[in-house]
Design a protein around this ligand. Structure first.
Ligand code: NDP
Ligand code: OXD
Length: 309
C-alpha cells in the first residue's frame, strides 16, 4: 500500500520522513516521484496542484495537512468519489484560542494607542470598559470558533457567534443563517472571522459587512485571505468606520513586499501563524487518522463535499 505526499518548500522532506516513520506499513512517496500512479491509496496534501490528484486511479482517501480543505476543493478536477479528511484536535484549537484571546485583549485594552504614546513619551491613562461591557462576535462556531468563543466567555466578554445552522453554546448568543447576520453584526465591537472558505463565504468581509458593524469596530481575520475584500477593508479603515484590523491570512502568501497592508498604521499582520500546527503533532494525528481509515473506521474529520467544509 502506498501514500503520496504533497507539501511545498523546506518541510517537504521532513514530512515524508516523518510520515514514513509513523506509518512503516505504508510506502510513503514524494509527489515528484510517485512511481506507478496505480499504487497510490492515500494522498496527504497541502495545496495540491490542479488535476494532480486525478492521476491516481486507485486513490482511497485525501488527507489535508490542516483544518481547512479549501485548498483541496479548489481543484475543479478533484476525483468526486474519494473522501476528503481535515485535521482537528486540541493543538490547533489551543493555538487558535491563544491567538484570538491575544488580539481581542489587545484591542479591548487599547494597546495600539498605548504603544503609540511611546513616541511622544506620553502618559495618558485610558480607562477601558470591563470585558463584560464589550461584545465580541465570531463568524463560525465550529471546532476553532467554538473553542475561541468558550475562551472569550471565560475571560468575561459578551460573546456572540454566527453559524449556518442554529445551536446552543453556553454563554454565547448564537445567530444562524443569512437572515440573522445583520442583527449579529450590529452588536460586534470586535469581529473575529473563523469561517471555512467556501463559495458562500468568499468575499464575505466586504463593504456591506463593515457597514453593518458599529463605528469603531475591529476586525480579526484568522480564517482565509479570500474571505476579505482588501480594497473594502482599506476604505473602511481610512474612513474611520473600522478602527483596526489584525490579519493572519492573505490572498497571496507570503504577502507581497509592496502590499499596502504592510505600511497601514491600523493593520497588524501575522504570517499565517494563528494556529500553525506543531508538525510532529500534526504528523501523529494524520498517521492515526490514516490508520483508522484504512481499518474501516468512520472519522469525524471527514468533510461533507456538498458543504465544502
Ligand atoms: P469548522 O468546519 O469546524 O467550523 C466552521 C464553522 O463555520 C461552523 O460553525 C459553520 O456553521 C460555520 N459556517 C460555514 N459556512 C457558513 C455560512 N455560509 N454561514 C454561516 N456559518 C457558516 O471549521 P474550523 O473551526 O475547524 O476552522 C475554520 C477555518 O479556520 C478553517 O476552514 C481554516 O480556513 C481556518 N484556519 C486558519 C488557521 C490559521 O492558522 N490562520 C489554522 C486552522 C484553520 P455550522 O456549524 O452551522 O456548520
Ligand atoms: C489550516 C491552516 O487550515 O493552517 O490548518 O490554515
Amino acid at each position: 500500500m502506498a501514500l503520496i505526499i504533497h507539501v511545498r518548500g523546506a518541510r517537504a522532506q521532513w514530512w515524508l520522513e516523518t510520515l514514513q516513520g509513523l506509518l512503516p506499513e505504508l510506502d510513503c512517496r514524494p509527489w515528484q516521484t510517485p512511481g506507478n500512479p496505480a499504487d497510490i491509496d492515500i494522498a496527504v496534501v497541502w495545496k495540491p496542484p490542479v488535476g494532480g490528484l486525478r492521476q491516481f486511479p486507485n486513490l482511497r482517501g485525501i488527507f489535508s495537512i490542516g483544518a481547512g480543505v479549501d485548498h483541496v476543493f479548489a481543484d475543479p478536477q478533484l476525483p468526486e468519489d474519494v473522501p476528503v479528511f481535515r485535521l482537528t484536535g486540541v493543538d490547533l484549537a489551543q493555538r487558535m484560542r491563544e491567538y484570538v484571546a491575544l488580539h481581542v485583549l489587545r484591542y479591548h485594552r487599547t494597546l495600539p494607542a498605548i504603544e503609540a504614546q511611546r513616541a511622544e513619551r506620553a502618559w495618558d491613562q485610558p480607562i477601558t470598559p470591563l470585558a463584560g461591557e464589550r461584545t465580541v462576535g465570531i463568524l463560525g462556531l465550529g471546532h476553532l470558533g467554538g473553542a475561541c468563543a468558550r475562551t472569550l466567555v471565560g475571560l468575561g466578554f459578551r460573546v456572540r457567534g454566527w453559524t449556518r445552522s442554529p445551536r446552543s453554546l453556553e454563554g454565547v448568543e448564537v445567530f444562524a443563517g443569512d437572515g440573522q447576520r445583520p442583527a449579529f453584526l450590529a452588536g460586534c465591537e470586535i469581529l473575529v472571522c473563523l469561517l471555512p472558505l467556501t463559495p458562500a463565504t468568499t468575499g464575505i468581509l466586504d463593504k456591506a459587512l463593515f457597514t453593518a458593524l458599529p463605528r469603531g469596530a475591529f476586525l480579526i481575520n484568522c480564517a482565509r485571505g479570500q474571505h476579505l475584500v482588501e480594497a473594502d477593508l482599506l476604505a473602511a479603515l481610512d474612513s474611520g468606520h473600522l478602527a483596526g484590523a489584525t490579519l493572519d491570512v492573505f490572498h497571496q502568501e507570503p504577502l507581497p513586499t509592496d502590499h499596502p497592508f504592510w505600511t497601514h498604521p491600523a493593520i497588524t499582520i501575522t504570517p499565517h501563524t494563528a494556529s500553525l500546527i506543531d508538525p510532529l503533532v500534526g504528523g501523529r494525528l494524520l498517521a492515526a487518522n490514516i490508520r483508522r481509515f484504512l481499518a474501516g473506521e468512520t472519522l469525524d474529520e471527514q468533510v461533507d463535499p456538498a458543504q465544502g467544509y
